[in-house]
Design a protein around this ligand. Structure first.
Ligand code: PLP
Length: 276
């Protein structure tokens, strides 16, 4: 596999094993960085412009000096094309931008990895501490990701696929690596960003599928409302729209609305690939 690594003006494609970052890099020392995980299929990247937009907004918030112009698009394109054949039917393209060494330029890296497609409905466990919806980091895909990993590790240790965060008001926030949707009487409901969640590009894409026969609203969701839902599904770049089979002790069927959203997603997605 080929990786892209650089800082400032310099950088280029390298063998993955040769791509090394300084121990002084602030991404390494204090987690001062951002990343994007994208779906890569046969050299094409899904929804790249939206990933770029989110990264740029987050960089402003963190005052991270990300490269201007087309550099990031060139980097992603080069890595997608260089690894397209080796990746095959499903891969993960990961772009990381860190603050670099003190007073240095940002470090940019991009790698491609083979990914296994998700299998079946996801079982979800409940996280035992709240998501802080007032944290400035909640809407940012920061390399300070340990809280999500801790929740995910606990879920996986119990045989589940994902963990569910509630916020300090005890409303549904999001999964450790996904956004969540419920279905009530045929209407799709997802928490608003004020509930404390990463505004996922897949969530944005799904909300754009709203139509006369597919109502979608953003509303706070209490625990009781989640428990009473007819269907639950999650969204993320690597899982697309995935049915949720259970949250804690409560089981959910794979219902007709989730199947409809999956169908609409698959049809609409074909127009949103880059090489991009
Ligand atoms: N929420 C969190 C905390 C995430 O880490 C992710 C993705 O990894 C998502 C939601 C889903 O975002 P996206 O659809 O952009 O992949």
């Amino acid at each position: 596999m080929k990786a892209w690594l650089g800082s400032g003006e310099g950088g280029g494609l390298l063998e993955l094993a040769d791509a090394r970052v300084s121990v002084l890099d602030r991404g390494f020392t204090v987690g001062d960085g951002l990343f994007e995980t994208m779906k890569l299929v046969e050299g094409r990247v899904f929804l790249w412009p939206w990933h770029l937009e989110r990264l740029q907004q987050a960089a402003q918030l963190l005052r991270l000096p990300i490269p201007e112009g087309n550099l990031l698009t060139d980097v992603v394109q080069q890595v997608a094309v260089a690894n397209g054949a080796a990746i095959g039917s499903l891969g993960r393209l990961r772009l990381t931008v860190t603050a670099g060494p003190d007073q240095g330029a940002a470090t940019v890296s991009c790698v491609a990895l083979v990914e296994q497609p998700p299998f079946g409905a996801a079982a979800l466990t409940l996280v035992g501490w709240p998501r802080n919806e007032r944290s400035p980091l909640v809407a940012v895909k920061s390399t300070s990701y340990a809280e999500n990993l801790l929740a995910l590790q606990a879920a996986r240790a119990g045989g589940a696929a994902e963990a569910v965060f509630f916020n300090t008001r005890d409303e549904l926030a999001e999964g450790a690596t996904s956004n969540l949707f419920i279905v009530e009487d045929g209407v799709v409901v997802t928490p608003p960003t004020s509930a404390g969640l990463l505004p996922g590009v897949t969530r944005r894409f799904v909300l754009g599928l709203a139509a006369a026969d597919l109502s979608m609203v953003e509303e706070p969701i209490s625990r009781a409302r989640l428990a009473a839902a007819d269907e639950v599904f999650l969204t993320s770049s690597l899982q697309d729209v995935r049915a949720v089979g259970s949250v804690g002790d409560r089981s959910y069927p794979l219902g007709p609305v989730t199947s409809l959203v999956q169908d609409r997603f698959a049809r609409a997605a074909s127009a949103s690939w880059c090489w991009c």
